[in-house]
Design a protein around this ligand. Sequence first.
Ligand code: SF4
Ligand code: SF4
Length: 391
Amino acid sequence: MATRVDPTLLKEMKKYGAVGVEKCFNCGNCTAICPLTSDEYAFPRNMIRMVQIGNTEKLTQSLDPWLCYYCGDCSATCPKGAEPGETMMAARRWLTAKYDISGHGARLYTSSKATWKAIVGYALIPLILLVIFHVSRTLGLHNYGDIVTDRVDINAFAPTMWVWAIVLIDFTLLGGRLLRNVINMFQLTMGTKSGKETIPLSVYIAELKTLLTHAFTQKRWLDCGEDRSRWIKHLFLVTGYGTMLVLIVGLLWWFQTDEIYPIYHPQRWLGYYAAIVLLYTSGEALIGRIQKKGEALKFSHHSDWLFPAFLFVGTLTGILLHAFRYAGWAWPTYIIYTIHAMILIAMLDTEVGIGKWTHMLYRPLAVYFQAVKVRAEEYNKKTAAALAAAN
Ligand code: SF4
Ligand code: SF4
């Protein structure tokens, strides 16, 4: 039977950064060279084929794009310059947008104008809240907070408990978005939406260790290409980001203080560790993209710049805030505090659940779902054999 080609998917994938898909003549070199592919998951050739023929449904249900860690070996060896590695990357962007039923992710991926609008919109939230807070105090509507200028008093300028409450509300909303998208990914990739598969809960539980191992270590990356330094840097980035997340979301009451602690105090060295790691890894990622270092950084979709740029500028403003506070410069501290808060809110609201940040979650989930499928197949075979023996 002839395959019916639908060009819509290819057109759409181009907006998500796919380049050169039409050049592929399905020789299979890319799949032969890929260190992470397998018989059941024969990417990237199968992905390119799906895009070429326009099999949207199959691509939506596929875990394959998440199982690629973008070493770029396939692109380097493709005889036609079809850039299979970048197609895998574009497929990850496309799937991230597909899992997000609000359509917000899709808008941000397909339009840099919409991305800028969202960044500015989210960034204005902390600024507007601070203005309302201080104007209403001036009008006598409450007597919390103040702007102290003879010394630095951040907790009068932006009371910790108020800021913490806003951070927690934002995280609850973002957590809801993330959970909804993860459920959608689960339903699409595990066939529960179409009612195709029923896998016993015991199989999911038995493979939980796979999820935890890959969520914390992303160790599959070690099998991808020969450059282990990418994995090490990524691990550092995750620890730095995780430390900052815990300090801001879980421990803001402890982290945002006007008290100056001695250098050996954990509040200081945890902050310094996170700042050094984040500044180095995000700075290096940005330089790599500017210089187009290696296959994986040869192409940059506008969404690829966002996360490292936010991390870099967010860390830099955090360091300046720390320096101004220690120098006792009141106004510069309050101004940079406001800018810092604007950047962090814009980053979280444009990244969590819809941006590149979400790779950190979707990748280990995909490895987990794949392991569940393999175990379920073994389980079904054993059950069938036991039934056959009993009959
Ligand atoms: S992407 Fe390149 S290497 Fe892979 S099947 Fe197509 S032409 Fe061959
Ligand atoms: S980029 Fe590397 S891991 Fe990804 S499909 Fe190509 S060869 Fe495989």
